[in-house]
Design a protein around this ligand. Structure first.
Ligand code: HEC
Length: 301
C-alpha cells in the first residue's frame, strides 16, 4: 500500500490564514481589555454608560476567543460575532454622540459621567470609543474570514489538522499565563492605588503641598480632563459646587475634602451622587489639587 495515502495533504493556505486571523482577533480583544482596565484602574478615569456597554461586549471576547481557539471549536467565529457586532454598534453610537453636537441632546446617560465628553483626545480627534471600534472591527474581520475559510476547508482538516496554528498544550499554557498575568497586574494596580490614597490621607503637610505649586493653566487642563465630565465647564454655570461651601472652608479643608471625596450616602451629600476621591484621579498631587481649588474659587464665586 502506498505510504503516502496515510499522510494528510498539506493544509490549504487559507486554513493557515484563518488561524492567524482568529489569533489577531484574540490579540485585539486582549489589548482592548487591558487598555480599558488601565484607563479605569490606573489612570482613574470613570467609565460612562456607553463605555460600560462596550466593555460588556469586549471583556467576554477576550475569554471566548481564547477558549474557542484552545478547543478548536469551529463555531468560535460565530460566538465572537454575537459579541462584536453589538459592540461595534455601541462604539459607533458613542462616537456619534461625541462628534455630532446635535445628537448629544439625546444622550441617554445624564447621570454620572457624560458620554459626550472624552478623557482622551489624541491628535485632536482620536477618542476611546474609536479605539474600541477598531478592536471590534478587527474581531469581526478576523471572524468573518475564519468562517469563510471553514467553509472551504474539508472536514478532515478541521478534525485532524492543526487548523488553529499552535498546539493545544501551548495555547492552554499561554492563555492561563495571560489570565494569571492580568490578575496579578490588576492586584498590583489596586494595591498601588490604595497605598497612594492612604499616603495622601495620612500626610496633610501644607509645606510640602505648597512647595511645588501648580499653575492655573495646569489646573484648567486637569479640570477639563477630569472634572468637566461631572461638573460642566469651568465657569459660573458649574454644577454640584456650592459657592458657600467654598467660601466657608480654608484651602486645607477643601484639600482634605478633595482627597476624601463624598459618598452618595454621606450625611452631607446633597445631590445623591458620589464625588469620587480626588475627583477620580489618584495621581493628582496636593499642589495640583490646591491649584484646582483656586480655580474653583475664582470661577464659582
Ligand atoms: C464622577 C463625577 C465627578 C467627578 C469626576 C468630579 N466630581 Fe466633584 N462632585 C461630584 C458630585 C456628584 C458632587 C456633589 C456631592 C454632593 O452632593 O454632596 C461633587 C462635589 C464637589 C465639590 C464640593 C461641592 C460642594 O458644594 O459640596 C468640589 C469642591 C468638587 N466636587 C470638585 C471636583 C474637582 C476639582 C474635580 C476634578 C478633579 C471633581 N470634583 C470631579 C461629582 C464629581
Amino acid at each position: 500500500m502506498d505510504e503516502r495515502a496515510n499522510v494528510a495533504p498539506p493544509l490549504p493556505s487559507i486554513a493557515r490564514l484563518a488561524s492567524i486571523s482568529l489569533y489577531l482577533a484574540l490579540l485585539a480583544a486582549w489589548v482592548a481589555t487591558a487598555g480599558s482596565l488601565y484607563m479605569s484602574e490606573v489612570l482613574g478615569w470613570i467609565p460612562c454608560l456607553w463605555c460600560w456597554y462596550q466593555r460588556v461586549a469586549m471583556y467576554p471576547l477576550a475569554v471566548v476567543l481564547a477558549a474557542g481557539l484552545i478547543a478548536r471549536d469551529r463555531n468560535t467565529p460565530r460566538y465572537a460575532l454575537v459579541l462584536a457586532v453589538p459592540g461595534i454598534l455601541a462604539s459607533t453610537y458613542h462616537i456619534l454622540l461625541q462628534k455630532v453636537p446635535a445628537l448629544a441632546q439625546f444622550e441617554s446617560c445624564r447621570v454620572g459621567v457624560p458620554c459626550s465628553v472624552d478623557y482622551l483626545n489624541w491628535l485632536g480627534f482620536i477618542t476611546v470609543p474609536m479605539l474600541a471600534w477598531v478592536a471590534f472591527a478587527i474581531v469581526i474581520a478576523g471572524s468573518v474570514f475564519a468562517l469563510r475559510a471553514n467553509r472551504v476547508v474539508a472536514e478532515d482538516y478541521l478534525r485532524e489538522g492543526p487548523v488553529f496554528g499552535f498546539s493545544p498544550a501551548f495555547s492552554v499554557v499561554m492563555t492561563v499565563a495571560a489570565v494569571v498575568a492580568l490578575f496579578v497586574l490588576g492586584g498590583v494596580m489596586t494595591s498601588q492605588r490604595a497605598a497612594a490614597a492612604q499616603s495622601r490621607a495620612t500626610l496633610p503637610t501644607p509645606a510640602a503641598s505648597l512647595a511645588a505649586s501648580a499653575s492655573r493653566d495646569e489646573a484648567l487642563h486637569i479640570y477639563n480632563q477630569s472634572c468637566i465630565g461631572c461638573h460642566g465647564p469651568a465657569n459660573a454655570s458649574m454644577i454640584w459646587v456650592r459657592p458657600e461651601f467654598l467660601r466657608s472652608r480654608s484651602d486645607l479643608e477643601l484639600l482634605a475634602f478633595m482627597r476624601a471625596g463624598r459618598a452618595a450616602n454621606a450625611p452631607d451629600n446633597f445631590s445623591g451622587q458620589a464625588m469620587p476621591a480626588n475627583g477620580g484621579r489618584v495621581d493628582l498631587t496636593d499642589a495640583q489639587l490646591l491649584a484646582l481649588i483656586q480655580l474653583l474659587r475664582e470661577v464659582k464665586q
